[in-house]
Design a protein around this ligand. Structure first.
Ligand code: NI
Length: 178
């Protein structure tokens, strides 16, 4: 199984809204398999199609119960607030505490066209919201408060100058990348 290159912040493909998937083809299923491999290798918990340069509305994920995919996802309802240190495979080496709804109801279809309807809480809800943002061209750096944004501009300048760090994830903090 081959893997795909993960696009890094600064790549315009990460900023364009993805388009609805209109047909569940074998090619799409193969792409999803490659995305799962890429996600495991990174390693990360989720990966959205734009992160491998494909502007289609779907993402893959694995929270420890095996890989899943949601095609054309929509958040129907969200509730509560939850602060979580969020990192992203496309923004390597950086993470910020970000407040988002704690629970969501997400709907869509899987790769076989079966309806998906998940009431998600905490990390699972966070993952889905993060991946859905990717489909709308939104990155976590767009969700920062003023102080975080200042720090982010500095860090991103360094990232642009020196390139992404060799090791993507932090092993010490146990940060799980979305
Ligand atoms: Ni991400």
């Amino acid at each position: 199984m081959s893997t795909r290159e993960i696009r890094i912040i600064g790549d315009p493909v990460l900023r364009k809204p993805a388009t609805e998937v209109t047909e569940l083809t074998g090619a799409l299923a193969r792409l999803a398999d490659e995305m799962v491999e890429t996600m495991y290798e990174a390693p990360g918990l989720g990966l959205a199609a734009p992160q491998v340069g494909v502007q289609k509305r779907f993402f893959v994920y694995d929270l420890g119960e095996g890989p899943g995919a949601i095609v054309n996802p929509t958040i129907r309802e969200s509730d509560g607030e939850w602060l979580f240190e969020e990192g992203c495979l496309s923004v390597p080496g950086l993470s910020w505490e970000i407040l988002r709804p704690k629970t969501i109801h997400i709907v869509g279809v899987d790769l076989d066209g079966n309806d998906v309807s998940i009431e998600a809480d905490e990390l699972e809800a966070r993952l889905f919201q993060h991946e859905l943002d990717h489909l709308d061209g939104i990155l976590l750096v767009d969700l920062l408060d003023e102080d975080q944004a200042r720090e982010a501009r500095r860090a991103l300048r360094e990232l642009t100058l020196s390139g992404p760090p060799a090791v993507r994830s932090t092993s010490d903090g146990g940060l799980r990348l979305l």
